[in-house]
Design a protein around this ligand. Structure first.
Ligand code: CTP
Ligand code: CA
Length: 232
């Protein structure tokens, strides 16, 4: 394998990466969020830039510093992320959906802080579905654009985990799907990751583990191969 410093194999390629986790407001002071720090997505953006790509990073509430040399578009909610990705994907060669996008948002956002009532014993929130950004891109014609999705799963069984990834790739129309096991102690806030990349026939294209940066480079190796195959 070639050293990262010597590679310039994404020169002239426009890569859009989403990273982080969306936040869905409930009222002016509260939101529904998730534990995604943005580390894996930022590592992909950074690695792609180092390999010569023109990178647009759609950054959703990153808990880590933004990478240098990338065009950054900051978003917070799933709807904002959808708008930013739809814009950035125009003319992009690769879209990598590493962000954890909220599946639901509040049916209505309160203009004022939601107050407790002395007599209540609980609170029921009404949520509505957010659009599936990846599936939206995957189901629209996207000739010449490689679409890479992620799957965050807590399934402990390896074979069942892969099957969940295969089903997600199929359902969303992604070209590649990166299966990532997450849990109370796995996936988030660490600098290490372990993933399996699934291809169009449900086959395992590669397995990668190590730092999020090295996993990013392994995923980009697959992207480079796919772009070369598509161009041939
Ligand atoms: N995703 C998206 N829009 C959403 C939800 C997810 O684009 N509203 C994308 C994520 O960025 C990721 C992929 O879809 O690339 C899979 O996300 P994940 O949460 O693992 O899967 P879901 O399809 O949302 O299924 P579930 O959460 O029910 O497992
Ligand atoms: Ca989800």
């Amino acid at each position: 394998r070639v050293e990262a410093s010597g590679r310039h194999d994404l020169a002239g390629v426009h890569v859009v990466v989403t990273a982080g986790g969306t936040r869905e407001p409930l009222d002016p002071v509260r939101f529904l969020g998730n534990r995604s720090s943005g580390r894996q997505g930022v590592a992909i953006a950074d690695a792609a830039r180092a390999r010569g790509a023109e990178v647009t990073l759609i950054a959703a509430n990153l808990e880590i510093p933004e990478p240098v040399g990338c065009e950054i578009r900051r978003v917070s909610t799933a709807l904002e992320l959808q708008q930013a990705v739809t814009d950035a994907a125009q003319g992009a060669d690769v879209v990598v959906m590493a962000a954890a996008v909220a599946d639901y948002r509040a049916a209505g956002v309160s203009e004022t802080k939601i107050k407790k009532d002395a007599s209540d014993s609980g609170l029921t929130l009404e949520l509505v579905r957010n659009p599936d950004v990846l599936a939206g891109l995957g189901h629209a014609p996207h000739d010449g654009m490689l679409l890479v999705g992620f799957a965050a799963e807590t399934e402990p069984d390896d074979e069942r985990l892969l099957d969940l990834g295969r089903a997600k790739r199929e359902a969303k129309g992604a070209d590649l799907l990166v299966v990532n096991r997450v849990g109370w102690t796995e996936g988030f806030a660490t600098d290490e990751n372990r993933v399996v990349v699934i291809g169009r026939s449900g086959e395992i294209v590669t397995r990668a583990h190590g730092t999020k940066r090295s996993v990013a480079d392994d995923i980009l190796d697959v992207v480079v191969l796919e772009l070369a195959t598509a161009a041939a």
